[in-house]
Design a protein. Structure first.
Length: 94
């Protein structure tokens, strides 16, 4: 399992003075409604069963924290350790 966390600022989502909450946490379905950086993993792990969990936290000033938990599931511990030791994952952005 590994995490990809990205932080950026989008003033269109700032809500300072409108709510008392210092941040709002959104669920996965909300992500399709906001701009995301175009980051992707260069190495394809499609031959392994994976699960992704994500959330988005928006702060009053428009700062956004995007967190993605990427888990390889259904592997025996020996195979998972071997995968972790032998797989290099590159993150790229256009």
């Amino acid at each position: 399992m590994f995490f990809l966390r990205q932080i950026w600022k989008d003033s269109r989502l700032a809500y300072q003075g409108l709510l008392d909450n210092p941040s709002i946490t959104m669920k996965q379905h909300f992500v399709q409604h906001i701009w995301l950086p175009d980051a992707f993993f260069d190495k394809d792990l499609s031959d392994h069963k994976t699960r992704e969990d994500l959330f988005v936290r928006i702060y009053q000033d428009g700062k956004i924290m995007y967190s993605l938990r990427y888990a390889v599931v259904g592997l025996e511990i020996k195979r998972l350790v071997k995968l972790i030791k032998t797989t290099t994952i590159y993150l790229k952005s256009k």
